[in-house]
Structures are given as structure tokens and as C-alpha cells.
Design a binder for this molecule. Structure first.
Ligand SMILES: [Ca+2]
Ligand SMILES: [Ca+2]
Ligand SMILES: [Ca+2]
Length: 467
């Protein structure tokens, strides 16, 4: 493995909070960074603090590290993924993305001045502004400021989706390319059923040319917002993660892996894998808040690829600053059968992110716990590399996947001085059959546009899911 910094973007400021997404510019690709010098905040009542935050900047770079433009957002925009989602998307079909930004020209909690804005990706100029829906006005803060911007295609036509709410009432609107409202749905708390996930996979799951949005354990059509299937009508809660993945046993059928955070009731499990019709393939873990999860490819018998699922169970413990997450269990399962796998790694699974850096089809791990921060492990847990970065955390620029058009999967992280963002790649990587299959679908490459909305960047949704 020859792990090197292959791209570097100088932010000209300390990087505290940062998200980014891949952008198609006029004649080249670029990356848009959404960052601030201070910390990011979450609308959760127990954890939102103003101390240590600063204004949000948008900075557009080409892939040679040249900054094309930068703009400081008004101080009403709080630096947090739920307050300020940003999505690049070519709605007018001229081959160049526009940037869709949730801006706020008023006070931090304003509804009146909160606008969906369209910016020119080449110049940063604002070319359109629309009132952001007030749907969650009467909710408490944690419920009210959970905003997403999502995008996808309906038979080649771009559809933008705006969303409000995650845990109770949820409102989604689909927009045509002239920003005429195409559809609108409301999923009300009182109607029961699953709530949203923090991640938003968009993929044409049934091959009819219409993208579907995985909205928690519901699959919604981007065409008209209707629900194709509710995977678990009897589940009333939200899901940390929802991951569509394909069978690798020759059947090439879709599975959907999910783990649940809320809605715990006796008789239901906390970790599920479904078929697309809602049939349960396997389920596991009786109780608890399943806080993170991923899928990885490990070595099976005779060098075969064995897909496993990790999930972490935790409890909230109040502390001096809000609350902490105390890990109460880490589980590994065979992703197809749910059989518990005796898989040993040197660090807790929730402190590691799987990705295929060298392209050989097996996962490597990027470690984020303090004692080994930045280490790269092979699939058996041996250290094979290291990335020196001080800001490897959930606010600090982290992103995975085929970020660039290069072999292997890549890691984005902040530089040692904390003022640049770097992309690391293995210069010896060669894409094997699994990698080629994984990226033969448009899904993961398209999701790199949705990395500055929701928690999509955590595990980058998720590299090892597809194959
Ligand atoms: Ca365009
Ligand atoms: Ca479809
Ligand atoms: Ca690998």
C-alpha cells in the first residue's frame, strides 16, 4: 500500500466544522466545502451550545486545489448539518451543477428568513431564492430544525427533494427543474410507522428508471412521493442507518440493513435485514439504542468475500456538557444470515470505518479512536498505514469512497495544521472485480453529491454496502 495525499485544498482558515460534496463544474469536477472555524452544532436541546461556534463559509475548489470562489453565509446560519444542508445538482440540465443551499438571512431560529437558495457553481452568485417550508414551526427545537436537501432522477428528469423533520412529523416536497412543486407529502406521527433515518440513500432500487429515497424504513418514489413499500409498518421509531446492499451469492437481489435508535417495544428486535418487499431476512438484538453500524467485506472460506454487519449499542449518560454515549455492546453478524460472527479487531467496531482502499474487494479500516487515530488496518486488523490528521471526527471533514476518479476508495480528512483538507489514496490500488461491480451502479458516485446533507458522510453510505 502506497498511501499518499493526492489532493490538497487550502481553506485559508482553521477547519473546525466541515462538510463537502462533489460538484460538476462547466468543464471539470470540483469539490464544495461547507465549513467554519468553530464547532458544529446539533438542534438537540441537550447539546446545542453557542460557545465556540462561528460563521459558515462555502468555498468552491477545482481538483487542482484552486479556489474558484468563497462566500461567508449570514450569521443566522448555524454551523450544523441539520441547519445548513447543501447539495449540488444539475436541475436545468445544462451539464453544470447548481448549488442548493439552505440559507437564513434572519436570526438563527428564524422561519421567515430561511430560504432555499440556488447558487451558480462557477461564481457563487445567487440565482434563485424560495421560502423554506414552515411545516415544523410548532415543534420543539430538536424536531423543528432537522432539514435535508436530497436529489435524484425520474426517467432522466432531475427532482430536488426538501425535507423537514426526522423523529415525529415529517414533511417532504419534490421540485421540478423550474422549481415548481412536483409533489408534497406529510407523514404524521399519529399515523404510526417508521420515522426517518439520519442517512438518505437515493437509488433506483427496482430498475424502472425512477429513483427511490430510503426514508428510514420506508421506500419513497421520487416521481410522486408515494410509498412503494414500508419495510416495517409496525415499527414506530427512527433508524440510525439504512443501507441497501446486493447479494454476492450469485442472486444479485437487494437486501436492506438497518439498525434502530428509538421506538423500542417488547417483541421487536433492534437490528433488521429486509428484502425489498418487507420480508425479514434476519433480525437480532433484543434491546437498546443502536447508534452506529456499517457493512464490511471480510475474508471468508478459501479467500471468498464474506459480508458482515457491525452494529453498536449504547446508552446516553448525562455529563457536564450534555450527554455522552456509553457503549454497551458491539455486534458482528453475517450480513446475509444474521449468524453472529466471532470477528476480532483491535479497536471497537464503532471507532473504525470500513472502505476498500486498495481495491481488492476486502475492507480496510480507518481508525478514529484516540489511541490509534488515523491508523489504517487491513481486514484482519493489522496496521498497514497511517494518516496524520488532527480533526478526524464527525465535524472534521471526514469522507470516504471513490471521491476521485482513481483506483481504490479514498479518505478525506483535515491536514496536520488543521487549515487544509486532504484526500488520501493508495497509489498502488487496483480495482478488482468487486470494486468494478460496486461502481458499475451510479449509486455511490451520485451519493458523493449528497455528502453535505444528513449524516451521509458517516461511512459515506456505505462503500461496502453495494457489493
Ligand atoms: Ca445546471
Ligand atoms: Ca425505481
Ligand atoms: Ca481492500
Amino acid at each position: 500500500m502506497n498511501l499518499q495525499v493526492v489532493k490538497k485544498f487550502d481553506m485559508g482558515m482553521n477547519v473546525g466544522y466541515c462538510h463537502s460534496c462533489n460538484v460538476r463544474l462547466k468543464d471539470k469536477d470540483g469539490i464544495l466545502f461547507v465549513l467554519s472555524e468553530g464547532k458544529g452544532v446539533d438542534p438537540g436541546e441537550e447539546i446545542l451550545r453557542f460557545n465556540g461556534i462561528s460563521t459558515v463559509w462555502l468555498k468552491m475548489f477545482d481538483l487542482n486545489g484552486n479556489m474558484l470562489w468563497e462566500k461567508e453565509l449570514p450569521d443566522g446560519v448555524l454551523p450544523g448539518i441539520w441547519f445548513c444542508p447543501v447539495v449540488p445538482f444539475d436541475m436545468d440540465k445544462d451539464g453544470v451543477d447548481e448549488i442548493y443551499v439552505l440559507n437564513n438571512h434572519g436570526a438563527p431560529f428564524s422561519f421567515m428568513h430561511r430560504k432555499l437558495e440556488r447558487w451558480n457553481a462557477e461564481t457563487g452568485e445567487c440565482t434563485g431564492s424560495w421560502q423554506w417550508p414552515w411545516n415544523t414551526f410548532n415543534e420543539r427545537m430538536s424536531l423543528c430544525y432537522r432539514y435535508y436537501i436530497i436529489a435524484g432522477f425520474v426517467k432522466g428528469e432531475p427532482v430536488l427533494v426538501t425535507c423537514q423533520g426526522t423523529y415525529t412529523n415529517m414533511y417532504l416536497q419534490g421540485w421540478n427543474n423550474n422549481m415548481e412543486k412536483r409533489w408534497e407529502i406529510a407523514i404524521m406521527d399519529e399515523d404510526g410507522g417508521p420515522k426517518a433515518s439520519h442517512v438518505t440513500p437515493v437509488i433506483d432500487i427496482n430498475g424502472d428508471g425512477i429513483d427511490e429515497l430510503f426514508w428510514g424504513e420506508r421506500i419513497l418514489s421520487l416521481d410522486d412521493g408515494h410509498q412503494l413499500v414500508c419495510l416495517a409498518p409496525d415499527y414506530v421509531g427512527h433508524s440510525d442507518l439504512i443501507v441497501p446492499f446486493l447479494g454476492n451469492k450469485g442472486d444479485d437481489d437487494w437486501y436492506v440493513f438497518t439498525c434502530r435508535e428509538g421506538g423500542e417495544v417488547e417483541g421487536q428486535k433492534r437490528v433488521y435485514t429486509f428484502r425489498l418487499n418487507g420480508d425479514v431476512v434476519w433480525k437480532a438484538v433484543d434491546t437498546g439504542h443502536m447508534h452506529t453500524a456499517w457493512l464490511a467485506n471480510i475474508k471468508g472460506e478459501e479467500g471468498s468475500y464474506r459480508k458482515i454487519a457491525m452494529t453498536m449499542q449504547q446508552v446516553f449518560k448525562p455529563d457536564d456538557c450534555g450527554f455522552n454515549h456509553e457503549v454497551t455492546g458491539i455486534f458482528y453478524f453475517d450480513a446475509y444470515t444474521g449468524e453472529e460472527v466471532d470477528y476480532k479487531l483491535p479497536y471497537p467496531g464503532n471507532d473504525m470505518f470500513p472502505l476498500d482502499i486498495n481495491g481488492d474487494g476486502y475492507s480496510e479500516y480507518f481508525v478514529v479512536c484516540p489511541e490509534a487515530r488515523g491508523d489504517i488496518l487491513d481486514v484482519e486488523g493489522n496496521k498497514i498505514g497511517h494518516i496524520e490528521s488532527p480533526c478526524i471526527n464527525f465535524d472534521g471533514a471526514i469522507r470516504f469512497g471513490k471521491i476521485l476518479d482513481m483506483p481504490g476508495e479514498h479518505i478525506m480528512a483535515s491536514s496536520t495544521d488543521g487549515r487544509s483538507i486532504e484526500i488520501w489514496a493508495d497509489l498502488d490500488a487496483v480495482d478488482g472485480e468487486i470494486m468494478k461491480k460496486r461502481y458499475s451502479l451510479p449509486y455511490l458516485n451520485f451519493m458523493q453529491k449528497l455528502m453535505a446533507t444528513g449524516y451521509n458522510w458517516v461511512g459515506s453510505q456505505t462503500n461496502c454496502g453495494i457489493y
